[in-house]
Design a binder for this molecule. Sequence first.
Ligand SMILES: [Mn+2]
Length: 414
Amino acid sequence: MPRRFIHAADLHLDSPFVGIGTLREGFAETMRDASLEAWDALIDCCLEEEAEFLVLSGDLFDRADGTPRGRSRVRRGIERLQERGIRVFAVHGNHDPLSGRSPLAGLEGVHVFRKDVPTSETLDLPGGPVTVHGVSFGKREVSENLALKFARGDAPGLHVGVLHCSLGEREGHGTYAPCTVADLVAARMDYWALGHIHAYSEEHAEPPVIYAGTLQGRSPKPGERGPHGAVVVEFEGDRVLEHRRVELDRVRFEAVEVSIEGLDDEADLERALRSAAAGVVAQADGRVVLLRATLTGRGPLYELLVRDEYLTGLRSALDDQEADDLVWERITSTAGPAVDLDELRQSNAFAAEVLGAFDTLAADPTELQHVLDGLAKSFTDTALAGLPTEDLAGRLAAARELALGLMLEQDGAA
Ligand SMILES: [Mn+2]
């Protein structure tokens, strides 16, 4: 029978969720406990899989010393692992740097890797030896390439590297302890358990170089959406046989896009939104889904969508009727009026010039950011205001359609 260990990262235990719209009453508690319940599920998973050890690749907490609730839950979980002899290996990341005493210090069965210089621990397990190598962040901003300092050594058996790091630049993530896949492969580990990037990602197949992703998604941003959890790694001797994701999240962020094309009235719109929601709820396996919907496409319903407060009202209307497993978190729109853009671009109308200006802006992200910042202040009640500030393309599209809609309205009035 293959032996197993579990890899988890970026748990940010007991930290608040970020960037969430209005939630209906009764969900505060579910949200507050989600990261801690995901931790309990991780411990259950270690026991069920009969894992020999657990590795935590940084950002266990959102801040260096964690929170009393978070620390208490971690202690309880680790006690449960100890009863079964399951060891824990942890490094600290940029959010919970090892600046003083680790909240994990002194817990039985836990090894916290020191800061700045990688060290290794060899376990003489009944199935054969395993060596785990790791290094903690000593401060938030580590600019050194820590990967270059790892060395396999000559201990027999499996070698696992544990590191919080940036492989190249990633949107939404600070660049810390930068390194390349080649640097990691050169260290001759049999598995690299990485932390920092919040979406699961397999960076290299042989040896596996894996970002486990957050245990529990933390916001409606793309990297935090969909299933989250940990990685079960199966091995024999010094070879990884297989690794697979396990879903341990308690609340799931999802996003759907619904086109208004071909929709005639509000009843059609509600039906289309509910049907899109049913698809993602079905995949969530009973978890609470926090759903963000974006309306796209062109059609006559556009006029309805741009009315003051319409989208927030529509969100409440849908949310009022939902069961416990779905929360309508936000509805945004990049939809437009029923016009043919290409036809308009070819025309002599003023609108053609306006479209040209938008096309130019789309090609210049710096100028676009500048213009959108100004627009957001002037159009606080529009569809534009509801879109996340980081969604530059979405906000530009919404602004373009708003301008077109206003011009068409003028034409109609004349
Ligand atoms: Mn991090």
